[in-house]
Design a protein. Structure first.
Length: 111
């Protein structure tokens, strides 16, 4: 009976260690993600005018996937040296018009 109890105890200890390693890995991944987000915000602060940055933040609330895509494209352009000036709000609006899904116009026709 003691041998069985020892096996259970060892197995429980192994499972606890495995769970602890998983938790540590999740924490490392979260920290890396926070660092990446901080770097993105820093780059966007440099390449976007304040009004454009605010607009992009609002878009992120409604369309996070589109905002993420736009941010990544803008950062890639900046890192490749293809941005010659800061992105203004008007420029961002034009970029967003191309990226946002087209809404169907609804018409009500009376007979």
């Amino acid at each position: 009976m003691d041998e069985l109890e020892e096996i259970r105890r060892r197995r429980l200890a192994e499972l606890q260690q495995q769970r602890q390693r998983e938790i540590e890995e999740i924490r490392r991944q979260q920290e890396i993600q926070r660092e990446i987000e901080a770097q993105k915000r820093a780059i966007l602060r440099v390449i976007l005018e304040p009004e454009a940055r605010e607009r992009l933040a609002r878009i992120k609330l409604a369309h996070p996937e589109i905002s993420e895509s736009i941010e990544n494209q803008l950062i890639a352009l900046a890192q490749s040296g293809r941005l010659r000036q800061k992105i203004t709000d008007e420029m961002l609006v034009e970029i967003l018009k191309k990226a946002l899904p087209k809404k169907r116009e609804t018409r009500i026709i009376r007979k």
